[in-house]
Design a protein around this ligand. Structure first.
Ligand SMILES: Nc1ncnc2c1ncn2[C@@H]1O[C@H](COP(=O)(O)OP(=O)(O)O)[C@@H](O)[C@H]1O
Ligand SMILES: [Mg+2]
Length: 242
């Protein structure tokens, strides 16, 4: 089943064209990484997919529902980790999760489970503002998985994490995909896209320039014997900087 069917997604901020004509289909249990330089439009695309932003043109269906009309129903379906962690700094880790349980109609018993999953049990009573950045990011991820969403949308979930924590987050995402969830994330770390995702999208100046498996992207970049790294392919597809 198609989880995401996006057709011609376009977004303007005033005169700034942030996203232009993005078509995208993502099926159940697919894991996609969206790559692109700063300002390419990654965050704008994810905000639209998470129904946090209305596209100025184009249509979006999620789980067969019209995303603009069925936003409320889709809240249970989608877990979104935005660029900023979106936590209440004065509340403890556990209190933050309890608060978001209430919003999602999830029993508080789930909080302990999720703290365990994201490895924050030992800091459950510490204020969010006193957690390290990596811990805050894991707490934001915990918030996003509280209601066990079928679709996880994550904006740079690995940026700024040390290797150990990044590994834990990667493992968690892979487990989610094995459990049947669909994951789409942005990253500017090529190695993350290569190792983690089964599909890679490359976005540049608001357009989805290329999309496919690494093998498909290699072929598209004109590499027939598969020797080039994703970095070579990426630079070829977005054009080498002059
Ligand atoms: N809220 C906003 N208001 C005005 N322009 C924005 C806003 N958000 C993003 N943009 C612009 O849209 C373009 C794409 O931004 P963004 O989606 O954040 O890119 P990325 O996440 O790939 O770095 C950029 O040129 C950025 O300046
Ligand atoms: Mg961004």
């Amino acid at each position: 089943m198609s989880v995401i069917v996006a057709d011609g997604l376009t977004h303007r901020f005033g005169r700034e064209l942030a996203l232009e004509g993005v078509d995208l289909v993502l099926d159940t249990a697919e894991h996609m990484a969206v790559l692109g330089d700063n300002g390419a439009g990654k965050t704008t695309l994810l905000r639209i997919l998470a129904t946090a932003l209305h596209p100025t043109a184009g249509t979006l269906q999620i789980a067969g529902l019209n995303a603009s009309r069925e936003k409320r129903r889709l809240r249970h379906y989608i877990g979104y980790v935005a660029h900023a962690p979106g936590l209440y700094p004065a509340l403890s880790a556990a209190e933050n999760l309890r608060f978001f349980c209430d919003l999602q109609g999830v029993p508080h018993a789930r909080v302990d489970e999720v703290l365990e999953i994201v490895g924050l049990h030992h800091v459950a009573d510490r204020r969010a503002s006193e957690l390290s950045r990596g811990m805050q990011q894991r707490l934001a991820l915990g918030r996003a998985i509280l209601h066990d969403p079928k679709l996880l949308i994550l904006d740079e979930p690995l940026t700024g994490l040390d290797a150990t924590v990044a590994r834990q987050v990667k493992d968690l995402l892979q487990q989610k995909v094995r459990d049947g969830a669909t994951v789409i994330l942005t990253t500017h770390i090529l190695e993350v896209a290569e190792r983690l995702a089964d599909r890679i999208g490359i976005i540049q100046a608001g357009r989805l320039r290329a999309e496919g498996t690494l093998a498909e992207l290699r072929t598209r970049a004109g590499d027939r014997d598969g020797r080039e790294t994703l970095e070579d392919v990426f630079l070829q597809l977005v054009g080498e900087p002059s």
